[in-house]
Design a protein around this ligand. Structure first.
Ligand SMILES: NC(=O)c1ccc[n+]([C@@H]2O[C@H](COP(=O)([O-])OP(=O)(O)OC[C@H]3O[C@@H](n4cnc5c(N)ncnc54)[C@H](OP(=O)(O)O)[C@@H]3O)[C@@H](O)[C@H]2O)c1
Length: 206
């Protein structure tokens, strides 16, 4: 069955990037080849990311191309969340959206078919899908590095028993991958209302 998955790498202390959006700390920890990424991306039919992640890819197009062979390495349709007008990338299947993730998720689900939906990041965007009860799995590579501060992995309060640990795997000597199923269906209303997701955003493609 098609799933909506937040697949990302984090520092040991829970940050996916430094405050300045650097990922230099991450690159020495594990190569794409030894990670689960090739098998994961083969099952992805649509992906979403926030504007800061997208702008990182635009800014680091040469580095991305050197690593993957293309400045925009995804063949799947991509939804970029932003309230601003951002430049596109030639040849990339991208649509810019804003507002309620539920409307966007419907479009992503239709595009993905039987494949999965990948929430690339950042953490709050994945949290917005969680708030809407649309996040099925967390697949987290925990790197052997601490950052002290930075962009948060998942800025939500999710208490037991909503996350079910389904696998643990060592990736080289620098990372451990944890997979969690998310059981949002059982989330009490009071806990959902504590989330930090904005509720007054309108949904608009632009
Ligand atoms: N470690 C990893 O594997 C990994 C994975 C992914 C990302 N990253 C990095 O982590 C950092 C993530 O940055 P971030 O936490 O700031 O998050 P982000 O999700 O990339 O960007 C956040 C921005 O997206 C826009 N946005 C989010 N939700 C929206 C909505 N519903 N409607 C309209 N716009 C919305 C807003 O910006 P505007 O409206 O101003 O455009 C918001 O400030 C980046 O540096 C990225 O490169 C690391």
């Amino acid at each position: 069955m098609s799933k909506t998955q937040y697949y990302t790498a984090t520092s040991l202390d829970g940050f996916i990037a430094t405050e300045e959006d650097s990922l230099e700390w991450l690159f020495p920890l594990a190569g794409i080849g030894e990670s689960s990424f090739p098998a994961f991306i083969a099952e992805v039919g649509a992906l979403a990311m926030g504007s800061v992640t997208y702008e990182w890819m635009v800014r680091n197009a040469e580095k991305v191309a050197a690593e993957t062979g293309s400045a925009w390495p995804y063949t799947q349709p991509a939804w970029i969340f932003s309230n601003r007008l951002l430049p596109g990338i030639d040849g990339a299947d991208i649509r810019f959206v804003k507002g309620d993730v539920r409307q966007v998720h419907l479009a992503m689900r239709a595009a993905a078919g039987r494949k999965n939906i990948w929430l690339v990041g950042g953490g709050d965007l994945a949290g917005q899908f969680y708030d809407a009860g649309l996040l099925d799995e967390l697949i987290i590579q925990i790197g052997s590095a601490t950052l002290g501060q930075g962009k948060p992995l998942f800025p939500r309060r999710v208490l037991s028993p909503h996350l079910r640990l389904v696998s643990v795997r060592q990736v080289g000597s620098g990372m451990a991958e944890l997979r969690y199923e998310v059981h949002t269906g059982k989330m009490p209303v009071s806990e959902a209302s504590e989330s930090t997701a904005p509720s007054d955003r309108t949904s608009l493609e632009h």
